[in-house]
Design a protein around this ligand. Structure first.
Ligand code: ADE
Ligand code: ZN
Length: 353
């Protein structure tokens, strides 16, 4: 046995594995752009827009980022987003994210945004969408990142409110590729949004939904069967239901998993307890993402590094699988997916040679 040559990807020293995680091209498919709003930018925009904050300074705000569950985070996240008023604010927030993403070798990003969080404060949906779309175009032109937008409905609000938001957004239909479902999961099952998702599918929009983050496996089943989603956001609680895991694997249904988020929101007691290795072992199409990087301690590369450092059973083969999955699960054109896959293969071939 000992004479067999070891797979160079398995034998890669941990420091080189970390460098590889950072260097490899990847797509980010689960990032709430409002969750990329760093405390420094929150204070800058608050001052510019004359918005009063409940915290005296950046340090005090950051110190409040100790969450006990999803809701305790959302309360602070929505308060942070209250500084966004003008088109230029949305542009600036997204541009700051793209600069960080470029440094992490993100080549494609699909950004969630929450229009209802802003329209409820009197912000025009046009300013939200046009500001974000401008940043996406510039990311492509100047950073080489292909980027698109996914409009999320807030699930703690009604389906009628989601329909009204869809109507307001439709004049800007060319600026977003799909819809998602986020905010407080427990008590707001996917089927609450059956009709509006059916309408979105009719309109040719892509459909995704958060399910199985805090909510039970039944929410994942219903996201699949009722909403007919193309990806599940989070989905980690599928491990509680073997029949569900089997189905997700058979359909190659992507799960956009966010390790630092799951630890910060206490889905897991520690990163060492994360289900990521089990999900990968089950053959699921797992993609790693940052969720709300300004709040959870890091952007996409920090998520990769934190997960691989805490989970020693993960090696360079898993890194390759995760990056490849990120392209496969994206809504990008097939030609782009192929190109990124070739770039990924080139990085790994260099390594193994
Ligand atoms: N909105 C922003 N981040 C979220 C998360 N992790 N779950 C649900 N809704 C969110
Ligand atoms: Zn999320």
């Amino acid at each position: 046995m000992n004479d067999l040559p070891r797979d160079p990807l398995v034998a890669l020293p941990r420091d080189r594995l970390v460098a590889l995680l950072r260097e490899m091209p990847k797509a980010e498919l689960h990032i709430h752009i409002e969750g990329s709003l760093e405390p420094e930018l929150i204070f800058k925009l608050a001052q510019r827009n004359g918005v009063a904050l409940a915290y005296p300074n950046v340090e005090a705000l950051r110190a409040a980022y100790a969450f006990s569950d999803l809701q305790s985070f959302l309360d602070i996240y929505y308060a942070g987003a209250s500084v966004l008023l003008k088109e230029a604010d949305f542009f600036e927030m997204a541009w700051a994210y793209f600069e960080r993403a470029a440094a992490d070798n993100v080549v494609h990003a699909e950004l969630f945004f929450d229009p209802q969080t802003h329209t409820a404060r009197g912000v025009a949906i046009e300013d939200v969408i046009v500001g974000l779309a401008h940043a996406c175009r510039r990311a492509h032109a100047e950073l080489g990142i292909s980027a698109s937008l996914i409009l999320c409905f807030l699930r703690h609000l009604s389906e009628d409110a989601a329909f009204a938001t869809l109507e307001q957004a439709l004049p800007y239909r060319d600026h977003f590729i799909g819809v998602g479902l986020d905010s407080s999961e427990r008590g707001h099952p996917p089927e609450k949004f059956a009709r509006v998702f059916a309408r979105c599918r009719e309109l040719g929009l892509h459909v995704v939904a958060h399910a199985g983050e805090e909510g039970p496996p039944a929410y994942i089943w219903n996201a699949l069967d009722v909403l007919k989603v193309e990806r599940i956001d989070h989905g980690v609680r599928c491990v509680e239901d073997p029949a569900l895991v089997q189905r997700l694997a058979a359909e190659r249904m992507p799960l956009t998993v966010c390790p630092l988020s799951n630890v910060r929101l206490r889905v897991y007691g520690s990163m060492a307890e994360h289900a990521l290795p089990a999900l990968l072992d089950a053959g699921l199409c797992v993609v790693l993402n940052s969720d709300d990087p300004a709040y959870f301690g890091g952007y996409i590369n920090e998520n990769f590094v934190a997960a691989f450092e805490a989970l020693p059973q993960l090696d360079a083969r898993h890194a390759y699988t995760l990056a490849r999955n990120s392209f496969e699960a994206s809504f990008a054109p097939a030609a782009d997916k192929q190109r990124w896959r070739r770039e990924l293969d080139a990085v790994f071939t260099r390594l193994a040679g």
